[in-house]
Design a protein around this ligand. Structure first.
Ligand SMILES: *[C@@H]1O[C@H](CO)[C@@H](O)[C@H](O)[C@H]1NC(C)=O
Ligand SMILES: CC(=O)N[C@H]1CO[C@H](CO)[C@@H](O)[C@@H]1O
Ligand SMILES: [Ca+2]
Ligand SMILES: [Ca+2]
Length: 566
């Protein structure tokens, strides 16, 4: 419809270069952009414009409904954006040009006689890229429109006034150690507020400022890749990389921004476990009981997590039956414990061949292995100061009662099982023989009585004897000694009862008058019995007889029989 209007717009050319691109602004091609970034020429052209260079519309077909004004212009005078001109304008001042729309009267002011439009302040394309305005030509006296109103656009011309910015930095990334060269780590992206469709103001190129030769960045994608083979986490784990994004396609004079990228190498299993010693010496006392810890050793593995886990096994050695190996999962140490008691006097040293292995292997690095190590553990058995030991677990002796003091009862014998073979001293702990019936020879362990014993008072003297090492740690041992007092027949039998016997007259001969029995304090052997007889005083009295019931038991009662009375 603009074709039909007679309102002419004079474009103010900002210079030949700017002009040409403005003329085809609707269909800018890459070849045009190639010219557009020569900003010095833009500034130069501005100077010329101030001299009043004005181009007239010379042919139809322009995209002439657009004005261009460069952003961020800070000259002393307002920028002339363009000029409205109507064909009916004869230059006599009867036409009045009116501007309305976005920014009319504030940002854009028009000289209503000449049609010159000026921008009153600097414009920022990144704030507002274009303004839609309406031009009118009216008769100055009647205010009658001389042309239909026509809409046009003022486009703010981009300059490179915005640096690239990494909006998501700083970045944290990780990549496995030993990765192949070219392994992608992370992609970083910067943004540029300038016009991406125009010139190179927003055309970014990435480069690496810090982090070479370990990493590289792809210039156009911002993808960071590894650049060095065999990067070893165990040598260096963290890298501070700085990436720069530069606009103007990376050329001189472009603006730039940087981002920090912290790259951490993650672990792979590329180190075997390693014992620091070829031989580990340990010792165990012979008095340790099975289950007790003998010692620890550790194979170091510089890898992390499960790559650094170590398992231990005993491969061989004469100590295999006596010691077992386990792992302290907290410290990753091998723990050697006693499995069976050891005896210094029997065998004084054992050897174990211990292997440490990584349970989790990485197939890619198998050839760098083997992921195991072996070492020798030498365990010496230490002599423990063991208490003396009696030759018997207990002793039983006999001594005759009434034997005189000083009679030999028996002899105990203990000895020191240690190599030192310390001499032994014996004694009877007083509390086991309160009345001091016995003495013992400290040197040779012979027990004697101190006085004669009476079986009928105490038949057993169950005492203890202790044996103590002289020297060493004075360890001692005790043994039970049961002493039996042997009986001798030193007691006369007595009647069990001492009663008078009353009997009636005229009893029938053969009647049992009384049964008597006897007791004896002495020990009664089996089938032993008493012999009964009538006292001599009545032995010739034929009126009574005594019947000895010998036979069944040791204390059979006797019958006294009343003889027939005449
Ligand atoms: C003493 O030891 C003997 C034999 O072991 C035992 O028959 C007896 O009952 C013990 N006497 C005492 C008082 O412990
Ligand atoms: C020795 C004795 O005392 N014998 C007497 C037995 O009994 C007759 C009759 O009762 C006496 O006459 C005896 O003296
Ligand atoms: Ca820019
Ligand atoms: Ca590793």
């Amino acid at each position: 419809m603009w074709e039909g209007l007679r309102l002419q717009v004079l474009l103010l050319c900002l210079g030949a270069v700017l002009w040409s691109s403005a003329a085809v602004a609707g269909s800018r091609g890459p070849q045009d952009r190639g010219h557009r970034h020569h900003h010095p020429s833009v500034y130069r052209s501005r100077e010329r414009r101030k001299e009043g260079q004005v181009l007239h519309r010379s042919k139809r077909g322009w995209v002439w409904n657009q004005f261009f004004v460069i952003e961020e212009y800070t000259g002393p005078d307002p920028v002339l954006v363009g000029r409205l001109h109507s064909d009916v304008d004869t230059g006599d001042g009867n036409i009045k040009y009116i501007l309305s729309g976005e920014g009319a009267g504030t940002i854009f002011v028009i000289d209503d006689r000449t049609g010159n439009i000026h921008a009153t302040k600097t414009l920022d394309r990144e704030e507002q890229a274009e303004y839609t305005l309406t031009a009118q030509a009216v008769a100055r006296d009647t205010n009658k429109p001389l042309e239909p109103p026509s809409e046009f656009i003022v486009k703010v011309q981009d300059i490179n006034d915005n640096p690239p910015v990494f909006l998501h930095g700083p970045y944290y990334a990780s990549v496995a150690e030993m990765s192949n060269v070219g392994t992608s780590v992370i992609q970083v992206t910067a943004s540029d507020a300038d016009d991406p469709t125009y010139g190179n103001s927003a055309k970014l190129v990435y480069s690496i400022l810090q982090g070479q030769p370990y990493f590289s960045v792809e210039p156009h994608s911002g993808i960071i890749r590894t650049a060095l083979p065999n990067m070893d986490r165990e040598a260096k784990q963290e890298y501070d990389v700085v990436i720069q994004a530069k606009d103007m396609g990376g050329h001189m004079g472009g603006l730039s921004g940087t981002a920090q990228v912290k790259i951490t190498l993650t672990d792979v299993n590329d180190n075997p476990p390693k014992f620091s010693q070829g031989v580990y010496a340990m010792s165990v006392s012979e008095d340790k009981v099975p289950g007790e810890e003998v010692g620890r050793l550790k194979a170091k593995d510089t890898d992390q997590g499960e790559n650094g886990l170590v398992d231990y096994t005993v491969l061989e050695g004469d100590g295999m039956n006596y010691f077992e190996i386990s792992k302290d999962s907290e410290t990753q140490e091998a723990v050697i414990k006693l499995k069976k008691p050891v005896d210094f006097e029997t065998k004084r040293s054992y050897t174990l061949k211990v292997e440490a292995t990584n349970p989790y292997l990485d197939t890619r690095f198998i050839s760098w292995g083997p992921y195991k190590d072996t070492t020798i553990v030498k365990i010496s058995v230490e002599d423990a100061d063991e208490p003396p030991s009696f030759m018997a677990t207990s002793y039983t002796f006999e001594v005759e009662e009434n034997a005189p003091g000083g009679t030999l009862v028996g002899r105990v014998h203990a000895r020191d099982t240690d190599i030192a073979n310390n001499p032994i001293r014996y004694l009877i702990p007083r509390y086991t023989d309160l009345e001091e019936f016995f003495t013992i020879s400290p040197e040779d362990g012979t027990i004697k009585t101190t006085r004669s014993l009476d079986r009928e008072t105490q038949a057993w003297h169950n005492i203890s004897v202790s044996a103590t090492e002289i020297g060493g740690h004075h360890q001692d041992a005790k043994v039970r000694v049961n002493i039996k007092v042997k009986d001798v027949n030193d007691n006369a039998p007595e009647f069990a009862t001492q009663e008078e016997v009353l009997m009636c007259e005229n009893v029938t001969p053969g009647t049992i008058i009384k049964t008597v029995s006897a007791v004896d304090k002495d020990e009664m052997a089996h089938r032993q019995h008493f012999h009964f007889s009538l006292a001599p005083r009545v032995a010739n009295n034929l009126n009574f007889s005594l019947k000895d019931n010998r036979g069944e038991s040791s204390m059979l009662p006797m019958s006294v029989v009343c003889l027939d009375q005449q």
